[in-house]
Design a protein around this ligand. Structure first.
Ligand code: 9Z3
Length: 325
């Protein structure tokens, strides 16, 4: 609400319109139950010892359907590698992770498996059992062990989305269920989220016909949920968003703007041409470059170390709620 006029701001009405017109999530009840079990278990474990921190990692790109019975959609380049790698390092740092990912995108602990030649990893042994080909055995064994441990000990919950409608509804559910964790909650929003969408009621019901000639389509702006997340859904949580640009000359300025406009604690700025090798971590006081040391080194290792340290400072502050801190 605009405090002066008492009316809704365009941002608020955009958010309301988006949620009211979005097709309801098919598995809302199941997601809600999974979240409740996960958060309750973490909260109980926290009561009997050191509080466990929880991070919601979003990962992969959202699609924008063009038809209600969807044949065509707009997509983006994101592979989900950053979110998957970051999840592994957060679990290693003792965080419980809610991994909100694009269905079919890169998964934590599976990043080593080649997607195009998956079967080259395996062979049939003499006794007809399946064996992992060397030299991959050690990596696969380690990955299976770490993955099982994370899931069995309640440190990893995976929730998947495909469309922008599913993504934002799931993010809202996760955020409101993490509210009780106060400043021990963190959001690490690495998903590449569509800026534009077709509202459900404006969408063609059936497959758009090419016989009707060239296609003119008006896309509506996706409302910026970062502000709503920060102000309403989980106001005490530590929030990190990502800024992606193709023009290096505007990147840091845009990251700085995003931080102030949406009250983010940290914005990780990256450029399309170099995002796998280098990012800049922007906070209100400083900018820090984090680089990868070589092809086999994940820059996420240092990035997560740095963010965990910033989160610790946030937790120590008397209140994480002030939007102007
Ligand atoms: C990022 O910038 C991520 O680092 C990447 C990771 C998408 C580049 P991959 O999944 O790539 O490892 O292939 N994510 C955020 C992109 C985004 O949509 N940011 C919005 C913007 O730039 C703000 S929410 O406006």
């Amino acid at each position: 609400m605009d405090s002066k006029s008492g009316t809704e701001t365009p941002q608020e009405s955009g958010v309301e319109f988006f949620f009211n017109s979005a097709p309801p999530l098919k598995d809302r009840d199941q997601i809600s139950q999974k979240l409740e079990v996960f958060i309750t278990k973490i909260s109980r474990s926290s009561e009997s010892g050191k509080p466990i921190r929880v991070v919601c990692v979003t990962s992969g790109g959202t699609t924008v359907p063009l038809e209600q019975r969807c044949v065509r959609y707009i997509d983006n380049f994101s592979s989900g590698n950053r979110g998957a790698a970051s999840t592994e390092y957060f679990v290693k740092a003792g965080y419980a992770v809610i991994f909100v990912h694009r269905w079919g995108s890169c998964q934590p602990y599976c990043r080593y498996l080649p997607q195009d030649s998956f079967l080259d990893f395996f062979d049939i042994a003499e006794n007809s059992t399946i064996k992992v080909c060397e030299p991959h055995g050690t990596v696969v064994k380690g990955a299976i062990r770490d993955y099982r441990k994370a899931v069995e000990e309640g440190f990893l919950l995976k929730l998947s989305f495909t469309t922008i409608f599913e993504y934002l509804q799931i993010l809202q559910m996760v955020a409101t269920s993490m509210r009780c964790l106060k400043s021990h909650g963190m959001f690490y929003l690495a998903a590449a989220v569509s800026d534009f969408y077709v509202p459900w009621e404006n969408m063609a019901k059936h497959k758009i016909q090419s016989a009707e000639g060239p296609l003119d389509m008006r896309l509506t702006q996706v409302p910026k949920m970062l502000l709503v997340l920060r102000k309403d859904w989980a106001p005490a949580a530590f929030c990190i968003s990502f800024k992606l640009e193709t023009d290096p000359d505007i990147l840091l300025q845009k990251a700085d703007m995003a931080m102030r406009k949406y009250g983010m604690h940290v914005v990780v700025a990256n450029e399309l041409a170099t995002y796998k090798r280098e990012v800049s971590v922007v906070t209100s006081g400083e900018k820090t470059r984090v680089c990868s040391h070589g092809q086999d080194h994940d820059l996420e290792e240092e990035l997560i170390d740095l963010l965990v340290a910033r989160h610790s400072e946030h937790i120590k502050k008397p209140s994480g709620i002030d939007m102007n801190e």
